[in-house]
Ligand binder design. Structure first.
Ligand code: AMP
Length: 118
């Protein structure tokens, strides 16, 4: 059963794509958490970072160069942004297809809420 992101990459589910190449596809998050919230997703379906291998290194590097390019295209390269990759249950991963969040366009805030503040 293909992941929801595989269906987006295949064009079977609508999305607002901002970038795609032979290795990765990027599109707007459906529930943006900041003014800019893009997901950068490998075209190859890999469930979590726990399952990546050395063969995936080119694709994993492409996720970063795509992030740099998208940030430039969206005009947030100078103001800055945050890249987040959640992995597994404790990492808060909801969609089982590796993806990088690119967040910016406004301050993203402290990296993590301190446990004592919860
Ligand atoms: P994560 O918690 O790291 O697995 O993040 C999954 C992200 O996918 C969330 O930010 C969701 O809002 C986003 N998402 C889920 N379904 C879609 C969709 N159909 N199109 C765009 N983003 C989606």
């Amino acid at each position: 059963m293909p992941s929801i992101f595989s269906k987006i990459i295949a064009g079977e589910i609508p999305s607002k794509k901002v970038y795609s190449d032979d290795l990765v596809t990027a599109f707007w998050d459906i529930n943006p958490q900041r003014a800019v919230h893009i997901l950068i997703v490998p075209n190859k379906e890999i469930r979590t970072v726990s399952e990546v291998t050395a063969e995936d290194e080119l694709m994993l590097g492409r996720m970063f160069t795509a992030a740099r390019r998208i940030a430039e295209d969206l005009g947030i390269a100078q103001s800055g942004y945050r890249l987040i990759v959640n992995c597994g249950e404790h990492g808060g991963q909801e969609v089982p297809h590796v993806h990088m969040h690119l967040l910016g366009g406004e301050s993203v805030g402290p990296m993590l809420k301190r446990k004592s503040a919860e």
